[in-house]
Ligand binder design. Structure first.
Ligand code: KG4
Ligand code: ZN
Length: 374
């Protein structure tokens, strides 16, 4: 039986772990169950994602209770699949990282309970990680990234644009996250998903809209310019979404098709999607530019989250910012567990004393302190 003892030994031992630390990451915040093994925060040894997209597609969005039940079905087989297919012995894993939030509470509970069970039975440290911050570290999941090269990109401005968040950060170091701005209403990806639903596209709709937009001319349909809410960096997407509701309703009236499926293979729809996409991204570009102006010491701009997979966004940013841009590989833009392990590693291995302000090790996370590990 493990000894249920609140102990400083845990924290001391964590500091002694080697640089080649192998971390098992677990992610279950939304509609993807994911497990990954990552060495030194960058080298992805094995990463699997079990998507629930098909289960939720019939509802046009995620049903939280169903998501939690699907995680419960998926997580144990997925863990065993990762361990057997990677050939990694569980004993060589140095720590278990898990998404602690934000996310759907029932969904998070499954991953956290599973990770706690693993950590407890294996006597490994449990590392709770913020999902949105971890998205930023998906950008460093490649063998090309040495620790020095990563550090050389900081201070940085980082944007996470996903289905749940549009967060802009100033990062003095890889583990210091100063939240500069977020969406006051819908997230950028959410705006894509809702517009896609109006068009009858399948969920999640971001990549579907991108495909239609590629054939359109963004200047052919006028879009309202999103006026900045209170701060010059905060985001807002509900106005653009409402505009799309009216625009698509007007189009339906014009073709006398109030409810039936729309034929999406036509120039107007292509142009509408192109114009929508451009305006949605123009807002991101403007706000990132403001952040870069406010933090001129920034050495790079990191763009992560599901929306970062969009080629048009990548192109618009490349033309404007005058700083190196860092994007995740496409396969790591959407939710995965490798990014969870990636951030967890870096939280341990910062050599930057400044980064240790708000001391990670002083935080009294219950998950850490319930047992001793050797
Ligand atoms: O990061 P992610 O996988 O999950 C969350 O944490 O939310 O992001 C999913 C979001 C969805 O809203 C999806 O429509 C959007 O990312 N997305 C895209 C593209 N691919 C995914 N949005 C625009 N263009 C894309 N190519
Ligand atoms: Zn995410």
């Amino acid at each position: 039986m493990p000894r249920w003892k609140k102990s400083n030994t845990v924290r001391a031992d964590l500091r002694r772990l080697t640089r080649n630390m192998l971390i098992l990451g677990i992610e279950s915040s939304c509609d993807e169950t994911a497990v990954a093994l990552v060495e030194s925060g960058t080298k992805v040894i094995y990463s699997l994602v079990a998507s629930q997209v098909d289960v939720h597609a019939v509802f046009g969005g995620i049903v939280p209770e169903i998501a939690a039940r699907e995680h419960l079905r998926a997580i144990d087989p997925l863990f065993h699949k990762v361990m057997s297919e990677s050939g990694v012995a569980i004993d060589s894993v140095n720590g278990i990282a898990v998404t602690q939030g934000p996310g759907l509470i029932g969904a998070l509970l499954v991953g956290i309970a599973y990770a706690k069970g693993l950590a407890l039975s294996l006597k490994k440290p449990l590392i709770p990680v913020d999902h949105v911050e971890a998205h930023i570290h998906s950008a460093f999941l490649s063998d090309d990234w040495t620790q020095d090269k990563i550090r050389g990109n900081f201070p940085a401005i980082a944007l996470v644009a996903s289905g749940g968040h549009t967060n802009l950060y100033y990062m003095k170091s890889p583990i210091q996250f100063k939240l500069l701005a977020y969406s006051q209403d819908d997230a950028c990806g959410e705006c894509f998903d809702k517009t896609a639903k109006l068009l009858g596209l399948k969920y999640p709709g971001g990549s579907e809209i991108e495909k239609l937009a590629q054939q359109g001319d963004s200047s052919a349909v006028a879009m309202p310019k999103v006026v900045s809410p209170k701060s010059k960096m905060m985001f807002s997407y509900s106005g653009l979404k409402t505009h799309m509701v009216h625009q698509i309703a007007a189009y339906r009236r014009s073709i006398e098709n109030q409810e039936g499926p729309l034929n999406l293979e036509n120039t107007y729809i292509y142009n509408l999607c192109a114009a929508f996409q451009s305006e949605a991204f123009a807002q991101l570009v403007r706000k990132i530019k403001n952040a870069v102006d406010d933090y001129p010491e920034s050495r790079s701009v990191i763009i992560a989250g599901g929306v970062a997979a969009n080629k048009k966004l990548r192109g618009m940013l490349a033309d404007t910012l005058g700083l190196p841009l860092v994007f995740p590989q496409l396969k790591f833009c959407s939710d995965n567990a490798a990014m969870i392990a990636g951030l967890a590693y870096r939280m341990f291995h910062t050599t930057d004393k400044e980064s240790m302000k708000g001391d990670f090790f002083k935080q009294d996370w219950d998950a850490y302190s319930r047992y001793r590990f050797e």
